[in-house]
Write a protein that binds this ligand. Structure first.
Ligand code: GAP
Length: 531
């Protein structure tokens, strides 16, 4: 390669690595504060695998709890399970993953680097090639003379690459002991359907939820944790009587009037991949844009959950999958997409899996997985609507959405306007100084809150620095103990989002925080303003 071509290529590569200024800053924050970072860094790490640090693990657990609370504990019609990661290999034959869970792979004929053909084309040509055949991918590569992004040499033709990680069970390593790490948590729910239904005595319609690790040997993990090889999923399989997919009691007037940003298959066919129109849920169901009412309900419910965590609604849309793009098990899929710095991309998928999975497992296992409809006295195979979230992708999206950089006194300041439910620390407690009994008093206050809220005591550096440390990990409130605290038993409470401060009695702190977190009072009602 000539020096000029090499320089141009380096420039191009650098540009490709740019996720957009905001994403780079959020990633930097994640690395700097130990929220999430590549695993095994001391050994040069490992693409597509990440560890949570002390701050990140709190966010991870809070997000799991928020999801479980919303979709399991708050409902009468959903129960949970926790299935095994390494599962009976026939599960994946039955589910279709052995045959169909593939990505197109191309290899450089010279340097032997491997790439995902569709992503390489999308990166180079800026077009969407979702769902097109290997032959069509090869034709595009040929037509546009696409070459290896690393060494500019010729690429091989595309071949299928199965994304499941393989392992062996027991001491013998041959085909008889071959097993797979699960690429989705969903299959465990289908396999356990009969048992979970029997022991929970749930009647249709009802759902089974699960949170756990999934593994995909992605050819090109990218965009930090957005596409990784090991990640957690939060999945819900909602089972519905096959003749009652439109009997959804939750689509009341209020829900039907909800307005949603939509990108339909029709809009995409007309070339409007990036377009969004606002539609009411009523329009979506009455015009048969979303084919079943239960599917429409789970779309709204998913969006509501994201809104409840503070995601800006204008950054979310739902996009219908094109026919060619549908997974092998789905008859209709809508993605909740977020407007990432790298474009609208999937945050969550909501698929109509029909009776595909239960029927496949019944066929392969020889076991009856149907449901007895006592009313009609017949056995039916339920239809499944599946909302499926990636935990890390959701967390990364929450961080991106909450991230703000402002300039104060000529200095850049980061604020993570994270919802208190997700915030790793809910209350920071500081003594103004370490001396004169202030530290002891602040520790006492911190101890008194600990059982109720995640608190952090910090006495290092200036108060400004301590606020800044808390702001950038999203701590909603900070408490300062000063000399008035010793004399008058008062304290100063600071709100992250407004940076405003109020003074209140120490003994009123716990109740005031409870009210602030539950939203029953505003910050201006929390105490006497500090002017
Ligand atoms: N059971 C259905 C299913 O697994 P999916 O669209 O392949 O559907 C669901 O995955 C969600 O899991 C996605 O919306 C995304 O949030 C997350 N996800 C999928 N692949 C991922 C990856 N490689 N890295 C991180 N998250 C991923």
């Amino acid at each position: 390669m000539s020096e000029k071509t090499e320089k141009e290529q380096k420039k191009k590569d650098a540009k490709k690595g740019e996720l957009g200024g905001k994403a780079e800053k959020v990633i930097n924050l994640c690395l700097r504060r130990g929220i999430l970072f590549p695993t095994g860094e001391i050994y040069g790490s490992f693409a597509g695998f990440f560890d949570y640090g002390p701050v990140g693990v709190e966010m991870e657990r809070n997000l799991e709890a928020a999801w479980w609370n919303h979709f399991v504990h708050s409902r009468e019609d959903v129960v949970g399970i926790d299935g095994a990661i390494i599962t009976h290999p026939t599960v994946w034959k039955a589910s279709g993953h052995c045959d169909a869970f593939n990505d197109p792979l191309v290899e450089c004929r010279k340097c032997k680097s491997r790439f995902r053909a569709d992503q390489l084309i999308e990166d180079e040509l800026k077009i969407s090639v979702d769902g097109i055949t290997l032959k069509q991918l090869d034709e595009l590569i040929k037509e546009h003379k696409l070459v290896c992004p690393k060494c500019r040499s010729e690429l091989s033709s595309s071949k299928v690459f199965n994304l499941m990680f393989k392992t062996h069970i027991g001491a013998v390593e041959d085909d008889s002991s071959l097993a797979f790490l699960r690429p989705e948590t969903a299959q465990l729910i289908f396999v356990d359907f009969k048992t979970a239904q029997f022991v929970s005595r749930k009647q249709l319609p009802f759902g089974i939820a699960q949170i756990g690790k999934s593994f995909r040997n992605e050819i090109a993990p990218r965009n930090f944790v957005f596409r990784s090889r090991e990640f957690s999923q939060m999945e819900l399989e909602f089972f519905i009587h096959p003749t009652k997919v439109n009997n959804c009691p939750f689509l009341n007037k209020h829900v039907l009037e909800t307005k949603i940003n939509v990108c339909t298959a029709e809009m995409q066919a007309k070339g409007g991949m990036g377009e969004v129109v606002e539609m009411s849920v009523k329009e979506l169901v009455e015009k048969n844009i979303v084919k079943t009412k239960w599917h429409a309900y789970w779309i709204v419910e998913s969006l509501n959950w994201f809104h409840s965590l503070g995601i800006h609604p204008e950054n979310l849309r739902i996009r219908e999958h094109l026919k060619e793009e549908l997974s092998h098990y789905s008859s209709e899929t809508w993605d909740v997409e977020y407007n990432y710095p790298w474009g609208w991309k999937e945050l969550e998928g909501i698929a109509n899996r029909g009776d595909f999975d239960l029927k496949q497992h019944a066929k392969f296992s020889g076991k009856d997985l149907s449901y007895f409809d006592a009313e009609k006295g017949e056995r039916v195979t339920p239809i499944v609507i599946e909302p499926s979230w990636g935990l890390e992708r959701t967390l990364f999206t929450l961080l991106l959405d909450a991230f703000e950089e402002k300039v104060e006194n000529g200095k850049a300041k980061l604020v993570l306007r994270l919802h208190p439910t997700i915030a790793p620390v809910r209350v920071g407690v500081f003594p103004l100084m370490k001396k004169d009994g202030l530290a002891e008093k602040a520790r006492e206050v911190c101890e008194s809150l600990k059982k109720e809220f995640a608190c952090e005591y910090d006495e290092a550096g200036s108060i400004g620095k301590r606020y800044a440390r808390m702001d950038e990990i999203g701590t909603p409130y900070c408490v300062t103990i000063d000399y008035d605290s010793l004399e008058k038993n008062t304290l100063t409470l600071r709100e992250r989002d407004s940076a405003k401060q109020v003074v209140l009695p120490v003994k009123a702190l716990k109740e005031t925080l409870q009210k602030l977190f539950s939203g029953s009072i505003s910050f201006s009602e929390a105490g006497k303003p500090v002017t």
